[in-house]
Design a protein around this ligand. Structure first.
Ligand code: PMP
Length: 310
């Protein structure tokens, strides 16, 4: 289906509305201060099954609940209700292609004081067609960013807060303007945190390594899925521990993972080739397993996806 997604429907507050009418006032607290949280969910079209599958929907709404708790946002719906709203939204839009879903919970009251308590919140969700967000085949050229990740006591990365994405935009935009595909962000004490919108894995001598949740990362749902696939299907040793910047340079394989990014190999960092400069074997195997599971093509991982159409 090729039509302008802005002509579709959204959900805002209590109702489905035309997306073009789902607007906010300039006095909105969240617009002024970034006081909201959000999710990014993917739904994959399976042409053979004539079905759209929403990936890890429950996990995303559980994380939205966690973000809301940290930011003192009131979520008027349960995880089950949020799932129902999302499925109904997708049916109303009738997509038969890969879709990105964007739930948002934000301080919607016209309010200029710096408080989180007693400011009304609104839940909204919209969706749009989306193919690959970053290249997933050739390999990305990355740099470590001079922008660092804020720590948990300044701007908690664990909460997927709208305002926190200024940090991601600064890092990602500078990387692109300098000729790289994407940035890798370090913690204030110099460890590898994650990408601008993705978690990071490296492979060294057959061991799969990723940063711990205490290194200012978003607790990624794809990261968890990769850990599950690696343990179940590849039986490779796994280490969840802090990663030094120069470990990136000497890694055999490196990849980003995230809902938008999916699994995207990285083939150079700071002008140093990773391994032989091509996407690595374990990365490609994880990609193969992941893409089959998310499109509803592996019955073993049927619980990862929810069908949209009856
Ligand atoms: N880190 C950041 C900063 C992100 O924005 C995302 C995308 N949500 C991720 C990691 C990956 O998380 P997930 O796998 O849950 O999409």
């Amino acid at each position: 289906m090729t039509r302008d997604w802005l002509q579709g429907e959204a959900f805002m507050g209590e109702d489905f509305v035309p997306l073009a009418q789902a607007q906010v006032n300039i006095a909105t607290h969240a617009l002024n201060y970034g006081t909201g949280c959000f999710e990014g969910i993917r739904a994959y079209w399976n042409a053979e099954h004539e079905q759209l599958y929403v990936l890890k929907m429950r996990e995303h709404y559980q994380r939205l609940q966690a973000s809301a708790r940290i930011l003192k946002l009131q979520l008027a719906y349960t995880v089950d209700e949020l799932g129902e709203i999302t499925l109904e939204l997708l049916r109303r839009n009738g997509y038969r292609q890969d879709v990105y879903i964007r739930p948002l919970l934000f301080k919607s009251a016209p309010e200029i004081s710096l408080k989180l308590t007693g400011v009304a919140d609104t839940f909204a969700v919209f969706c749009m067609p989306l193919g690959d967000y970053l290249d997933t085949s050739a390999g990305l050229k990355c740099c470590t960013s001079s922008w660092v990740r804020l720590n948990d006591n300044a701007l908690p990365a664990r909460a997927k807060a709208t305002g926190a994405y200024i940090n991601a935009c600064l890092a990602s935009d500078d990387a692109r303007q300098s000729g790289f595909d994407e940035a890798i962000v370090l913690t204030a004490d110099g460890h590898v945190s994650e990408g601008a919108s993705a978690n990071l894995f490296l492979v060294r001598e057959g061991t799969l390594i990723t940063s711990p949740v205490s290194d200012s990362i978003l607790e990624g749902i794809t990261r968890q899925a990769v850990l599950e696939l690696a343990a179940e299907e590849l039986q490779v040793p796994i280490e969840v521990r802090s990663i030094d910047r120069t470990e990136l340079y000497v890694a055999d394989e490196l990849f980003f993972c995230g809902t938008g990014v999916q699994i995207a190999p990285i083939t150079s960092v700071d002008h140093r080739l990773i391994g032989d400069g091509k996407p690595g074997k374990i990365t490609r195997e994880l990609q193969r397993l992941y893409f089959a599971a998310v499109r509803g093509n592996n019955p073993k991982y049927a619980s990862w996806v929810v069908p949209v159409y009856q």
